[in-house]
Design a protein around this ligand. Structure first.
Ligand code: 4NP
Length: 142
């Protein structure tokens, strides 16, 4: 069975949501997430990501952030970047097969980085974008 790796910057806001939604749709599939950066390694997801996911019955509270490795790039069949900057970083690491999540439903738009959002509202938008695109991605893989 194919494997998927979702990649954002910190692995505490966006990619854990994508991982949680995808695992709920297909619990059998090898699905992980990570960040290109190392600042938050070992941390749980940000509280608003945990909250918005829980409101949709997706539990990401046990996830712990990790940074991408060269082995990930060799191992995963699908490497999915949350925004253009993540995609560029992945390509620079040699992930020729990386694509942007937004290409599965949001006109290839970036999923905005909610880390500096002042309130909770932006997390609804981010969740909805990720939800639509992850569903379409998994439909495409069927
Ligand atoms: P994420 O959000 O990439 O969706 O996990 C971020 C989290 C932390 C930082 C940036 C983005 N940061 O710069 O620390």
């Amino acid at each position: 069975m194919k494997s998927i790796l979702f990649v954002c910057l910190g692995n505490i806001c966006r990619s854990p949501i994508a991982e949680g939604i995808a695992k709920k749709i297909n619990p059998q599939m090898r699905i992980e997430s990570c960040g290109t950066g190392s600042w938050h390694v070992g941390e749980y997801p940000c509280s608003n990501s945990v909250k918005i996911s829980a409101l949709h019955n997706v539990d990401i509270s046990n996830h712990k952030a990790r940074q991408i490795t060269k082995e990930d790039i060799k191992y995963f069949d699908y490497i999915i970047a949350l925004d253009e900057s993540n995609l560029n970083d992945l390509k620079a690491m040699g992930a020729d097969n990386a694509v942007k999540l937004g290409s599965f439903g949001f006109k290839n738009e970036d999923v905005p980085d909610p880390y500096f959002f002042p309130g909770f509202e932006g997390f609804e938008l981010v969740y909805d974008m990720i939800n639509v695109c992850v569903k379409n991605l998994l439909d495409d893989l069927k």
